[in-house]
Design a protein around this ligand. Sequence first.
Ligand SMILES: Nc1nc2c(ncn2[C@@H]2O[C@H](COP(=O)(O)OP(=O)(O)OP(=O)(O)O)[C@@H](O)[C@H]2O)c(=O)[nH]1
Length: 520
Amino acid sequence: MQAIQERDNSKELVLKTELPSFLVADLLKCPDLPTLPAVAVNVLKMARTEHPSVSDYANAIERDPALTMRIITLANSAFFSRSHIKVHACHEATARLGLDTTLAVVMSFSLLQNRGIDVHYQRVWMRSIIASLAARHLAIHLCPDMAGPLFTAALLQDIGIMALRGIYPKESNDLYAEAVLSHRQLSVSEQRLFGCDHSQVGAWLAAKWGVPAPLAQRICDSHGDYDITAPDRLCIQLSGPIADGLLSSHPAKSLVAVVREFETYQGAHVISLRHLLENIQEQIPALTDMLQMTAPPLQDNESLLAEAQQLLFQQNLQLKARLDTHQAEIASLRQRQDELEERSRTDMLTGLANRSWLEDQMHKRFILCQQQSRTMSAVFIDLDHFKKLNDQYGHQMGDRVLQKFGKTLQALIRDGDLAGRWGGEEFLVILPDEDAQAAQVFAKRIAERLEKTPMAYDGQHPIHVSVSIGIACLDDGGFGDAGELIDAADKSMYFIKRTGRGGIAVYGERGAPGATTSID
Ligand SMILES: Nc1nc2c(ncn2[C@@H]2O[C@H](COP(=O)(O)OP(=O)(O)OP(=O)(O)O)[C@@H](O)[C@H]2O)c(=O)[nH]1
Protein backbone atom coordinates (compact mmCIF):
# COMPACT_ATOMS: atom_id res chain seq x y z
CA MET A 1 0.00 0.00 0.00
CA GLN A 2 1.20 3.49 -0.73
CA ALA A 3 0.02 6.53 1.15
CA ILE A 4 -0.74 9.56 -0.95
CA GLN A 5 0.96 12.66 0.31
CA GLU A 6 0.12 16.16 -0.59
CA ARG A 7 1.25 19.38 0.92
CA ASP A 8 -0.73 22.52 1.16
CA ASN A 9 1.15 25.80 0.98
CA SER A 10 -0.34 27.12 4.17
CA LYS A 11 -0.53 23.98 6.28
CA GLU A 12 1.02 20.57 5.91
CA LEU A 13 -1.52 17.91 5.19
CA VAL A 14 -1.14 14.25 4.50
CA LEU A 15 -3.92 12.70 2.51
CA LYS A 16 -5.38 9.90 4.56
CA THR A 17 -5.76 7.15 1.97
CA GLU A 18 -3.75 4.26 0.64
CA LEU A 19 -3.63 2.68 -2.79
CA PRO A 20 -2.28 -0.80 -3.54
CA SER A 21 1.28 -0.54 -4.92
CA PHE A 22 0.41 -2.39 -8.13
CA LEU A 23 -2.32 0.15 -8.83
CA VAL A 24 0.02 3.09 -8.28
CA ALA A 25 2.56 1.48 -10.62
CA ASP A 26 -0.15 0.97 -13.26
CA LEU A 27 -1.42 4.52 -12.81
CA LEU A 28 2.06 5.97 -13.20
CA LYS A 29 2.80 4.17 -16.44
CA CYS A 30 -0.66 4.65 -17.94
CA PRO A 31 -0.61 6.78 -21.11
CA ASP A 32 -4.39 7.23 -20.98
CA LEU A 33 -4.59 8.90 -17.61
CA PRO A 34 -6.78 12.02 -17.75
CA THR A 35 -4.56 15.06 -17.98
CA LEU A 36 -5.33 18.68 -17.48
CA PRO A 37 -4.71 21.21 -20.23
CA ALA A 38 -2.22 23.98 -19.56
CA VAL A 39 -4.91 26.48 -18.64
CA ALA A 40 -6.34 24.23 -15.91
CA VAL A 41 -2.84 23.51 -14.62
CA ASN A 42 -2.24 27.26 -14.35
CA VAL A 43 -5.49 27.88 -12.51
CA LEU A 44 -4.59 25.08 -10.12
CA LYS A 45 -1.20 26.73 -9.57
CA MET A 46 -3.05 29.89 -8.55
CA ALA A 47 -5.36 27.88 -6.28
CA ARG A 48 -2.33 26.57 -4.39
CA THR A 49 -0.91 30.01 -3.66
CA GLU A 50 -1.51 31.40 -0.22
CA HIS A 51 -3.81 34.22 -1.31
CA PRO A 52 -5.20 33.41 -4.74
CA SER A 53 -6.94 36.36 -6.37
CA VAL A 54 -9.72 36.76 -8.89
CA SER A 55 -7.39 38.45 -11.37
CA ASP A 56 -4.81 35.62 -11.08
CA TYR A 57 -7.56 33.14 -11.98
CA ALA A 58 -8.93 35.32 -14.74
CA ASN A 59 -5.48 35.86 -16.30
CA ALA A 60 -4.92 32.11 -16.41
CA ILE A 61 -8.39 31.33 -17.80
CA GLU A 62 -8.26 34.01 -20.50
CA ARG A 63 -5.59 32.05 -22.34
CA ASP A 64 -8.37 29.68 -23.40
CA PRO A 65 -11.06 31.67 -25.26
CA ALA A 66 -13.57 28.77 -25.27
CA LEU A 67 -13.24 28.31 -21.53
CA THR A 68 -13.46 32.06 -20.95
CA MET A 69 -16.68 32.20 -22.90
CA ARG A 70 -18.14 29.31 -20.86
CA ILE A 71 -17.20 30.93 -17.58
CA ILE A 72 -18.82 34.22 -18.60
CA THR A 73 -21.95 32.40 -19.81
CA LEU A 74 -22.20 30.50 -16.55
CA ALA A 75 -21.78 33.71 -14.53
CA ASN A 76 -24.64 35.26 -16.53
CA SER A 77 -26.90 32.23 -16.11
CA ALA A 78 -30.11 32.67 -14.16
CA PHE A 79 -28.75 31.02 -11.08
CA PHE A 80 -25.48 32.87 -10.67
CA SER A 81 -26.80 36.19 -11.87
CA ARG A 82 -29.12 37.40 -9.15
CA SER A 83 -29.06 40.88 -10.69
CA HIS A 84 -29.76 41.63 -14.34
CA ILE A 85 -26.36 43.13 -14.80
CA LYS A 86 -24.44 41.09 -17.32
CA VAL A 87 -20.74 40.48 -16.91
CA HIS A 88 -18.52 40.66 -19.98
CA ALA A 89 -15.02 40.06 -18.70
CA CYS A 90 -13.43 36.95 -17.28
CA HIS A 91 -12.41 38.58 -14.00
CA GLU A 92 -15.99 39.80 -13.43
CA ALA A 93 -17.29 36.30 -14.14
CA THR A 94 -14.72 34.74 -11.81
CA ALA A 95 -15.61 37.23 -9.08
CA ARG A 96 -19.29 36.38 -9.45
CA LEU A 97 -18.78 32.61 -9.45
CA GLY A 98 -16.26 32.65 -6.62
CA LEU A 99 -12.85 31.00 -6.75
CA ASP A 100 -14.03 27.52 -5.69
CA THR A 101 -16.75 27.29 -8.30
CA THR A 102 -14.44 28.70 -10.94
CA LEU A 103 -11.81 26.08 -10.12
CA ALA A 104 -14.42 23.31 -10.27
CA VAL A 105 -15.81 24.37 -13.62
CA VAL A 106 -12.37 24.94 -15.16
CA MET A 107 -11.34 21.43 -14.19
CA SER A 108 -14.61 19.80 -15.22
CA PHE A 109 -14.65 21.63 -18.54
CA SER A 110 -11.06 20.65 -19.21
CA LEU A 111 -11.67 17.02 -18.30
CA LEU A 112 -14.82 16.74 -20.36
CA GLN A 113 -13.55 18.52 -23.44
CA ASN A 114 -12.16 15.43 -25.10
CA ARG A 115 -14.50 12.87 -23.59
CA GLY A 116 -17.89 14.52 -23.60
CA ILE A 117 -19.34 12.21 -26.22
CA ASP A 118 -18.70 9.02 -24.23
CA VAL A 119 -22.01 7.81 -22.84
CA HIS A 120 -20.43 6.41 -19.64
CA TYR A 121 -18.69 9.70 -18.96
CA GLN A 122 -21.92 11.54 -19.59
CA ARG A 123 -23.59 9.46 -16.90
CA VAL A 124 -20.76 9.90 -14.40
CA TRP A 125 -20.61 13.66 -14.98
CA MET A 126 -24.34 14.07 -14.73
CA ARG A 127 -24.20 12.39 -11.34
CA SER A 128 -21.34 14.71 -10.36
CA ILE A 129 -23.19 17.82 -11.52
CA ILE A 130 -26.30 16.96 -9.47
CA ALA A 131 -24.11 15.93 -6.54
CA SER A 132 -22.24 19.23 -6.62
CA LEU A 133 -25.51 21.17 -6.53
CA ALA A 134 -26.82 18.99 -3.71
CA ALA A 135 -23.56 19.38 -1.76
CA ARG A 136 -23.68 23.14 -2.08
CA HIS A 137 -27.34 23.32 -1.05
CA LEU A 138 -26.73 21.12 2.01
CA ALA A 139 -23.61 23.08 2.91
CA ILE A 140 -25.43 26.43 2.74
CA HIS A 141 -27.65 25.12 5.56
CA LEU A 142 -25.21 22.97 7.54
CA CYS A 143 -21.80 24.64 7.09
CA PRO A 144 -22.19 27.81 4.99
CA ASP A 145 -18.48 28.66 4.88
CA MET A 146 -17.78 25.39 3.11
CA ALA A 147 -20.36 25.74 0.32
CA GLY A 148 -17.78 26.62 -2.37
CA PRO A 149 -15.15 23.99 -1.56
CA LEU A 150 -17.82 21.31 -1.14
CA PHE A 151 -19.34 22.18 -4.52
CA THR A 152 -15.88 21.72 -6.09
CA ALA A 153 -15.17 18.45 -4.29
CA ALA A 154 -18.58 17.01 -5.11
CA LEU A 155 -18.19 17.88 -8.77
CA LEU A 156 -14.82 16.12 -8.91
CA GLN A 157 -15.72 13.20 -6.62
CA ASP A 158 -15.92 10.62 -9.41
CA ILE A 159 -12.82 11.54 -11.44
CA GLY A 160 -11.26 8.31 -10.17
CA ILE A 161 -13.55 6.46 -12.58
CA MET A 162 -11.78 8.23 -15.45
CA ALA A 163 -8.41 7.09 -14.16
CA LEU A 164 -9.57 3.50 -13.63
CA ARG A 165 -11.00 3.42 -17.13
CA GLY A 166 -7.65 4.69 -18.41
CA ILE A 167 -5.59 1.93 -16.81
CA TYR A 168 -8.02 -1.01 -16.94
CA PRO A 169 -10.22 -0.36 -19.97
CA LYS A 170 -11.54 -3.90 -20.26
CA GLU A 171 -12.52 -4.46 -16.62
CA SER A 172 -13.85 -0.92 -16.40
CA ASN A 173 -15.99 -1.29 -19.48
CA ASP A 174 -17.63 -4.39 -18.01
CA LEU A 175 -18.04 -2.70 -14.65
CA TYR A 176 -19.27 0.75 -15.63
CA ALA A 177 -21.40 -0.45 -18.51
CA GLU A 178 -23.64 -2.05 -15.89
CA ALA A 179 -25.68 1.02 -15.18
CA VAL A 180 -27.85 -1.09 -12.90
CA LEU A 181 -25.17 -1.20 -10.20
CA SER A 182 -25.80 1.28 -7.43
CA HIS A 183 -22.91 3.54 -6.54
CA ARG A 184 -22.34 1.55 -3.35
CA GLN A 185 -22.28 -1.72 -5.30
CA LEU A 186 -19.90 -0.11 -7.77
CA SER A 187 -17.56 0.83 -4.95
CA VAL A 188 -17.66 -2.73 -3.59
CA SER A 189 -16.91 -4.19 -7.04
CA GLU A 190 -14.00 -1.76 -7.49
CA GLN A 191 -12.60 -2.79 -4.12
CA ARG A 192 -12.78 -6.39 -5.23
CA LEU A 193 -11.23 -5.77 -8.67
CA PHE A 194 -8.67 -3.05 -7.97
CA GLY A 195 -8.07 -3.21 -4.21
CA CYS A 196 -9.62 0.24 -3.62
CA ASP A 197 -12.50 2.28 -4.99
CA HIS A 198 -12.61 5.26 -7.30
CA SER A 199 -12.85 7.81 -4.48
CA GLN A 200 -9.31 6.86 -3.44
CA VAL A 201 -8.04 6.77 -7.03
CA GLY A 202 -9.71 10.13 -7.64
CA ALA A 203 -7.95 11.61 -4.64
CA TRP A 204 -4.66 10.22 -5.94
CA LEU A 205 -5.25 11.71 -9.36
CA ALA A 206 -6.28 15.06 -7.91
CA ALA A 207 -3.18 15.08 -5.70
CA LYS A 208 -1.04 14.28 -8.74
CA TRP A 209 -2.52 17.25 -10.58
CA GLY A 210 -1.64 19.34 -7.58
CA VAL A 211 -5.08 20.29 -6.31
CA PRO A 212 -5.08 21.73 -2.78
CA ALA A 213 -4.82 18.85 -0.30
CA PRO A 214 -8.19 19.48 1.44
CA LEU A 215 -9.91 19.13 -1.94
CA ALA A 216 -8.19 15.79 -2.63
CA GLN A 217 -9.10 14.62 0.88
CA ARG A 218 -12.77 15.49 0.31
CA ILE A 219 -12.81 13.46 -2.91
CA CYS A 220 -11.41 10.59 -0.88
CA ASP A 221 -14.05 11.05 1.85
CA SER A 222 -16.98 11.06 -0.57
CA HIS A 223 -17.69 7.38 0.11
CA GLY A 224 -18.16 5.52 3.37
CA ASP A 225 -20.68 5.61 6.18
CA TYR A 226 -22.32 8.95 6.88
CA ASP A 227 -20.23 10.94 9.32
CA ILE A 228 -22.85 12.80 11.32
CA THR A 229 -20.17 14.39 13.48
CA ALA A 230 -18.69 16.38 10.57
CA PRO A 231 -21.22 18.39 8.53
CA ASP A 232 -18.75 19.08 5.70
CA ARG A 233 -18.07 15.36 5.20
CA LEU A 234 -21.75 14.59 5.53
CA CYS A 235 -22.62 17.06 2.73
CA ILE A 236 -20.23 15.31 0.34
CA GLN A 237 -21.29 11.84 1.45
CA LEU A 238 -24.97 12.65 0.96
CA SER A 239 -24.50 14.45 -2.33
CA GLY A 240 -23.77 11.27 -4.32
CA PRO A 241 -26.76 9.24 -3.04
CA ILE A 242 -29.04 12.24 -3.65
CA ALA A 243 -27.80 12.43 -7.25
CA ASP A 244 -28.19 8.66 -7.62
CA GLY A 245 -31.73 8.96 -6.26
CA LEU A 246 -32.70 11.68 -8.71
CA LEU A 247 -31.24 9.81 -11.65
CA SER A 248 -32.76 6.46 -10.66
CA SER A 249 -35.86 4.92 -12.16
CA HIS A 250 -37.64 5.33 -8.77
CA PRO A 251 -36.47 8.74 -7.57
CA ALA A 252 -39.07 9.11 -4.80
CA LYS A 253 -38.23 5.74 -3.25
CA SER A 254 -34.48 6.33 -3.48
CA LEU A 255 -34.70 9.85 -2.05
CA VAL A 256 -36.89 8.68 0.82
CA ALA A 257 -34.20 6.08 1.63
CA VAL A 258 -31.58 8.86 1.77
CA VAL A 259 -33.88 11.06 3.89
CA ARG A 260 -34.40 8.17 6.33
CA GLU A 261 -30.65 7.74 6.81
CA PHE A 262 -30.13 11.47 7.03
CA GLU A 263 -32.82 11.84 9.72
CA THR A 264 -30.41 10.62 12.41
CA TYR A 265 -28.39 13.81 11.88
CA GLN A 266 -29.50 16.42 14.36
CA GLY A 267 -29.15 19.29 11.86
CA ALA A 268 -31.43 17.47 9.39
CA HIS A 269 -34.50 19.50 10.28
CA VAL A 270 -33.09 22.61 8.60
CA ILE A 271 -33.05 20.88 5.20
CA SER A 272 -36.25 20.86 3.20
CA LEU A 273 -36.47 18.21 0.51
CA ARG A 274 -38.63 20.58 -1.55
CA HIS A 275 -36.01 23.35 -1.49
CA LEU A 276 -33.23 20.91 -2.23
CA LEU A 277 -35.02 19.56 -5.31
CA GLU A 278 -36.07 23.01 -6.51
CA ASN A 279 -32.54 24.26 -6.10
CA ILE A 280 -31.07 21.38 -8.04
CA GLN A 281 -33.63 21.62 -10.86
CA GLU A 282 -33.05 25.36 -11.12
CA GLN A 283 -29.30 25.09 -11.44
CA ILE A 284 -28.82 22.03 -13.61
CA PRO A 285 -29.25 23.84 -16.95
CA ALA A 286 -26.50 26.38 -16.22
CA LEU A 287 -24.00 23.65 -15.42
CA THR A 288 -24.98 21.24 -18.19
CA ASP A 289 -24.85 24.10 -20.72
CA MET A 290 -21.46 25.09 -19.42
CA LEU A 291 -20.18 21.53 -19.80
CA GLN A 292 -21.95 21.06 -23.15
CA MET A 293 -24.09 18.23 -21.87
CA THR A 294 -27.72 17.41 -22.26
CA ALA A 295 -29.65 17.73 -19.00
CA PRO A 296 -31.49 14.53 -18.12
CA PRO A 297 -35.29 14.58 -18.02
CA LEU A 298 -35.89 14.68 -14.26
CA GLN A 299 -39.29 13.97 -12.74
CA ASP A 300 -41.48 16.94 -11.97
CA ASN A 301 -40.71 18.18 -8.44
CA GLU A 302 -44.33 18.37 -7.30
CA SER A 303 -45.21 14.78 -8.20
CA LEU A 304 -41.84 13.59 -6.89
CA LEU A 305 -42.46 15.32 -3.56
CA ALA A 306 -46.03 14.06 -3.36
CA GLU A 307 -44.85 10.50 -3.95
CA ALA A 308 -41.98 10.90 -1.46
CA GLN A 309 -44.38 12.27 1.14
CA GLN A 310 -46.75 9.38 0.59
CA LEU A 311 -43.90 6.91 0.97
CA LEU A 312 -42.67 8.62 4.13
CA PHE A 313 -46.22 8.55 5.49
CA GLN A 314 -46.58 4.85 4.69
CA GLN A 315 -43.21 4.08 6.22
CA ASN A 316 -44.11 6.08 9.31
CA LEU A 317 -47.30 4.07 9.64
CA GLN A 318 -45.40 0.82 9.24
CA LEU A 319 -42.79 1.99 11.73
CA LYS A 320 -45.54 2.96 14.16
CA ALA A 321 -47.23 -0.42 13.73
CA ARG A 322 -43.91 -2.16 14.32
CA LEU A 323 -43.24 0.04 17.33
CA ASP A 324 -46.69 -0.75 18.75
CA THR A 325 -46.06 -4.48 18.29
CA HIS A 326 -42.67 -4.18 19.97
CA GLN A 327 -44.16 -2.23 22.85
CA ALA A 328 -46.93 -4.82 23.27
CA GLU A 329 -44.29 -7.57 23.23
CA ILE A 330 -42.21 -5.74 25.82
CA ALA A 331 -45.29 -5.17 28.01
CA SER A 332 -46.24 -8.84 27.81
CA LEU A 333 -42.64 -9.89 28.57
CA ARG A 334 -42.59 -7.52 31.56
CA GLN A 335 -45.90 -8.93 32.76
CA ARG A 336 -44.57 -12.47 32.35
CA GLN A 337 -41.41 -11.50 34.24
CA ASP A 338 -43.49 -9.93 37.01
CA GLU A 339 -45.62 -13.07 37.19
CA LEU A 340 -42.52 -15.27 37.36
CA GLU A 341 -41.03 -13.08 40.07
CA GLU A 342 -44.30 -13.15 41.96
CA ARG A 343 -44.41 -16.93 41.65
CA SER A 344 -40.81 -17.26 42.75
CA ARG A 345 -41.69 -15.62 46.06
CA THR A 346 -45.14 -17.09 46.60
CA ASP A 347 -46.23 -20.26 48.36
CA MET A 348 -48.46 -21.97 45.85
CA LEU A 349 -50.91 -23.50 48.33
CA THR A 350 -51.68 -20.48 50.49
CA GLY A 351 -50.70 -17.55 48.26
CA LEU A 352 -48.57 -16.17 51.10
CA ALA A 353 -44.84 -15.45 50.87
CA ASN A 354 -42.71 -18.59 50.62
CA ARG A 355 -39.80 -19.45 52.86
CA SER A 356 -37.02 -18.09 50.66
CA TRP A 357 -38.82 -14.74 50.30
CA LEU A 358 -39.42 -14.64 54.04
CA GLU A 359 -35.73 -15.30 54.70
CA ASP A 360 -34.70 -12.67 52.16
CA GLN A 361 -37.01 -10.05 53.64
CA MET A 362 -36.06 -10.93 57.23
CA HIS A 363 -32.41 -10.49 56.30
CA LYS A 364 -32.96 -7.08 54.66
CA ARG A 365 -35.22 -5.87 57.46
CA PHE A 366 -32.75 -7.01 60.10
CA ILE A 367 -29.92 -4.99 58.48
CA LEU A 368 -32.18 -1.94 58.15
CA CYS A 369 -33.12 -2.15 61.82
CA GLN A 370 -29.47 -2.34 62.78
CA GLN A 371 -28.56 0.64 60.61
CA GLN A 372 -31.46 2.79 61.75
CA SER A 373 -31.76 1.57 65.35
CA ARG A 374 -35.27 0.33 64.76
CA THR A 375 -36.98 -2.81 66.00
CA MET A 376 -38.97 -5.71 64.59
CA SER A 377 -40.65 -8.88 65.78
CA ALA A 378 -40.87 -12.38 64.34
CA VAL A 379 -44.00 -14.42 65.05
CA PHE A 380 -43.65 -18.15 64.51
CA ILE A 381 -46.97 -20.05 64.28
CA ASP A 382 -47.47 -23.81 64.14
CA LEU A 383 -50.86 -25.47 63.72
CA ASP A 384 -51.47 -27.98 66.49
CA HIS A 385 -52.07 -31.68 65.88
CA PHE A 386 -52.11 -31.18 62.17
CA LYS A 387 -51.09 -34.78 61.54
CA LYS A 388 -54.21 -35.92 63.35
CA LEU A 389 -56.32 -33.58 61.26
CA ASN A 390 -54.83 -35.01 58.07
CA ASP A 391 -55.33 -38.54 59.33
CA GLN A 392 -58.91 -37.93 60.39
CA TYR A 393 -60.21 -35.84 57.46
CA GLY A 394 -57.74 -36.58 54.71
CA HIS A 395 -54.89 -34.63 53.15
CA GLN A 396 -57.16 -32.51 50.95
CA MET A 397 -59.05 -31.27 53.98
CA GLY A 398 -55.64 -30.53 55.54
CA ASP A 399 -54.78 -28.44 52.47
CA ARG A 400 -58.06 -26.54 52.72
CA VAL A 401 -57.31 -25.76 56.36
CA LEU A 402 -53.85 -24.47 55.45
CA GLN A 403 -55.36 -22.28 52.73
CA LYS A 404 -58.03 -20.88 55.02
CA PHE A 405 -55.50 -20.27 57.75
CA GLY A 406 -53.30 -18.43 55.22
CA LYS A 407 -56.24 -16.16 54.30
CA THR A 408 -57.05 -15.57 57.95
CA LEU A 409 -53.47 -14.59 58.66
CA GLN A 410 -53.33 -12.29 55.64
CA ALA A 411 -56.51 -10.58 56.81
CA LEU A 412 -55.06 -9.96 60.26
CA ILE A 413 -51.77 -8.33 59.29
CA ARG A 414 -51.34 -4.65 58.46
CA ASP A 415 -49.71 -2.94 55.49
CA GLY A 416 -45.97 -3.32 55.80
CA ASP A 417 -46.18 -6.64 57.71
CA LEU A 418 -45.26 -9.82 55.89
CA ALA A 419 -46.92 -13.19 56.44
CA GLY A 420 -45.56 -16.37 54.89
CA ARG A 421 -45.55 -20.13 55.06
CA TRP A 422 -42.31 -21.41 56.54
CA GLY A 423 -43.10 -24.99 55.54
CA GLY A 424 -45.66 -27.72 56.29
CA GLU A 425 -48.06 -26.34 58.88
CA GLU A 426 -45.61 -23.66 60.09
CA PHE A 427 -46.05 -19.94 59.39
CA LEU A 428 -43.96 -16.87 60.05
CA VAL A 429 -45.05 -13.25 60.29
CA ILE A 430 -42.61 -10.33 60.23
CA LEU A 431 -43.83 -7.27 62.09
CA PRO A 432 -41.57 -4.30 61.32
CA ASP A 433 -41.24 -1.64 64.02
CA GLU A 434 -43.29 -3.71 66.50
CA ASP A 435 -42.00 -4.71 69.92
CA ALA A 436 -42.80 -7.98 71.74
CA GLN A 437 -45.88 -6.52 73.42
CA ALA A 438 -47.46 -5.46 70.13
CA ALA A 439 -46.54 -8.84 68.63
CA GLN A 440 -48.27 -10.51 71.53
CA VAL A 441 -51.44 -8.50 70.88
CA PHE A 442 -51.28 -9.65 67.28
CA ALA A 443 -50.74 -13.30 68.32
CA LYS A 444 -53.72 -13.16 70.68
CA ARG A 445 -55.86 -11.83 67.87
CA ILE A 446 -54.92 -14.89 65.78
CA ALA A 447 -55.81 -17.26 68.59
CA GLU A 448 -59.14 -15.50 69.21
CA ARG A 449 -59.99 -15.57 65.52
CA LEU A 450 -59.26 -19.29 65.37
CA GLU A 451 -61.52 -19.90 68.36
CA LYS A 452 -64.36 -18.12 66.63
CA THR A 453 -63.77 -19.12 63.03
CA PRO A 454 -63.71 -22.71 61.81
CA MET A 455 -60.93 -23.37 59.28
CA ALA A 456 -63.04 -25.94 57.42
CA TYR A 457 -66.26 -27.98 57.62
CA ASP A 458 -66.70 -31.70 57.58
CA GLY A 459 -70.20 -31.68 56.24
CA GLN A 460 -72.03 -29.52 58.77
CA HIS A 461 -69.36 -30.10 61.36
CA PRO A 462 -67.02 -27.13 61.83
CA ILE A 463 -63.30 -27.88 62.13
CA HIS A 464 -61.40 -25.57 64.46
CA VAL A 465 -57.66 -25.52 64.87
CA SER A 466 -55.46 -24.08 67.57
CA VAL A 467 -51.95 -22.78 67.13
CA SER A 468 -48.77 -22.60 69.14
CA ILE A 469 -47.09 -19.21 68.73
CA GLY A 470 -43.55 -18.15 69.53
CA ILE A 471 -42.49 -14.50 69.42
CA ALA A 472 -39.04 -12.99 69.30
CA CYS A 473 -38.36 -9.27 69.26
CA LEU A 474 -35.09 -7.74 68.13
CA ASP A 475 -34.91 -5.68 71.34
CA ASP A 476 -35.00 -8.74 73.57
CA GLY A 477 -31.78 -10.56 72.76
CA GLY A 478 -28.33 -10.02 71.30
CA PHE A 479 -29.27 -11.45 67.93
CA GLY A 480 -26.37 -11.57 65.43
CA ASP A 481 -28.50 -11.99 62.34
CA ALA A 482 -32.02 -12.60 61.08
CA GLY A 483 -31.60 -16.38 61.34
CA GLU A 484 -30.98 -16.11 65.07
CA LEU A 485 -34.13 -14.05 65.51
CA ILE A 486 -36.21 -16.66 63.66
CA ASP A 487 -34.60 -19.45 65.71
CA ALA A 488 -35.58 -17.63 68.88
CA ALA A 489 -39.21 -17.35 67.74
CA ASP A 490 -39.14 -21.02 66.70
CA LYS A 491 -37.75 -22.07 70.09
CA SER A 492 -40.46 -20.08 71.86
CA MET A 493 -43.09 -21.79 69.71
CA TYR A 494 -41.68 -25.24 70.65
CA PHE A 495 -41.74 -24.22 74.26
CA ILE A 496 -45.55 -23.89 73.87
CA LYS A 497 -45.73 -27.24 72.08
CA ARG A 498 -43.91 -28.90 74.96
CA THR A 499 -46.08 -27.21 77.56
CA GLY A 500 -49.45 -28.17 76.13
CA ARG A 501 -50.00 -26.29 72.81
CA GLY A 502 -52.52 -23.55 72.06
CA GLY A 503 -50.56 -20.68 73.66
CA ILE A 504 -48.11 -17.85 73.12
CA ALA A 505 -44.53 -17.51 74.35
CA VAL A 506 -42.25 -14.50 74.02
CA TYR A 507 -38.52 -15.14 73.80
CA GLY A 508 -36.74 -13.81 76.89
CA GLU A 509 -39.83 -13.58 79.07
CA ARG A 510 -40.10 -15.46 82.34
CA GLY A 511 -40.07 -19.19 81.83
CA ALA A 512 -39.69 -18.95 78.04
CA PRO A 513 -36.50 -19.64 76.09
CA GLY A 514 -33.96 -16.81 76.36
CA ALA A 515 -35.11 -15.85 79.85
CA THR A 516 -32.61 -15.96 82.70
CA THR A 517 -34.97 -18.40 84.37
CA SER A 518 -35.61 -20.22 81.11
CA ILE A 519 -36.30 -23.93 81.20
CA ASP A 520 -34.96 -24.20 77.60
N1 LIG B 1 -52.48 -31.50 54.17
C1 LIG B 1 -51.22 -31.13 54.26
N2 LIG B 1 -50.50 -31.62 55.28
C2 LIG B 1 -49.22 -31.22 55.38
C3 LIG B 1 -48.63 -30.31 54.51
N3 LIG B 1 -47.35 -30.11 54.89
C4 LIG B 1 -47.15 -30.86 55.98
N4 LIG B 1 -48.28 -31.54 56.33
C5 LIG B 1 -48.49 -32.45 57.35
O1 LIG B 1 -48.50 -31.80 58.61
C6 LIG B 1 -48.20 -32.76 59.60
C7 LIG B 1 -47.31 -32.16 60.63
O2 LIG B 1 -47.17 -33.16 61.66
P1 LIG B 1 -46.30 -32.87 62.92
O3 LIG B 1 -45.00 -32.20 62.54
O4 LIG B 1 -46.20 -34.10 63.64
O5 LIG B 1 -47.08 -31.80 63.69
P2 LIG B 1 -48.51 -31.88 64.33
O6 LIG B 1 -49.22 -33.09 63.96
O7 LIG B 1 -49.20 -30.60 63.99
O8 LIG B 1 -48.19 -31.91 65.82
P3 LIG B 1 -47.75 -30.71 66.70
O9 LIG B 1 -47.08 -29.72 65.80
O10 LIG B 1 -46.83 -31.28 67.68
O11 LIG B 1 -48.98 -30.15 67.24
C8 LIG B 1 -47.58 -33.94 58.86
O12 LIG B 1 -48.47 -35.04 58.91
C9 LIG B 1 -47.41 -33.48 57.45
O13 LIG B 1 -47.60 -34.54 56.50
C10 LIG B 1 -49.44 -29.82 53.44
O14 LIG B 1 -49.02 -29.02 52.59
N5 LIG B 1 -50.73 -30.25 53.38
